[in-house]
Design a protein around this ligand. Structure first.
Ligand code: HEC
Length: 119
């Protein structure tokens, strides 16, 4: 399972690198779009922890986006401006926790905070 998950993440990272970064700093119409087009690609609770409704601090969000923990790609100010990042962090914190999938659909991998931290 661990191996399969690592493979999925590696593949997703490669696909992501090809598909993303179409937008530049200052061009994001909204935090919701920024989330949907970038963060949500991985942070849907499968490849990376769900952040919405997870109580992650704005500081942790800014730091993750600029410095990238573990396998997370970083985003430069030319891709997401400081102001956009600040708004995004506020937006993420204001979001309710998404409704979990029906029982049986591997809830364990979806819930935030249940995975082992390496930091
Ligand atoms: C290509 C996949 C990918 C994208 C896109 C991505 N992340 Fe991540 N993110 C990760 C991975 C992988 C981790 C590390 C998870 C771990 O090992 O704990 C991570 C970790 C984080 C963390 C730390 C989570 C925690 O609970 O400690 C935050 C905050 C975060 N990302 C925010 C963002 C934001 C905001 C965006 C959008 C601008 C974003 N990420 C885009 C893959 C991604």
């Amino acid at each position: 399972m661990r191996l399969a998950k690592g493979l999925v993440l590696a593949l997703s990272l490669a696909l992501y690198a090809a598909a993303a970064h179409a937008q530049s700093a200052g061009e994001w119409a909204s935090s919701a779009k920024l989330w949907r087009d970038t963060c949500g690609y991985c942070h849907d609770g499968k490849l990376a922890p769900e952040l919405r409704g997870a109580g992650v601090s704005a500081q942790a969000i800014v730091s993750a986006v600029r410095h990238g923990p573990n396998a997370m790609p970083t985003f430069a100010p030319s891709e997401i401006s400081d102001q956009e990042l600040e708004q995004l962090a506020e937006w993420i914190q204001a979001q309710p926790k998404p409704v979990p999938p029906p029982p049986g659909e591997s809830e364990r991998t979806v819930r935030h905070g249940t995975r082992q931290r390496t930091r």
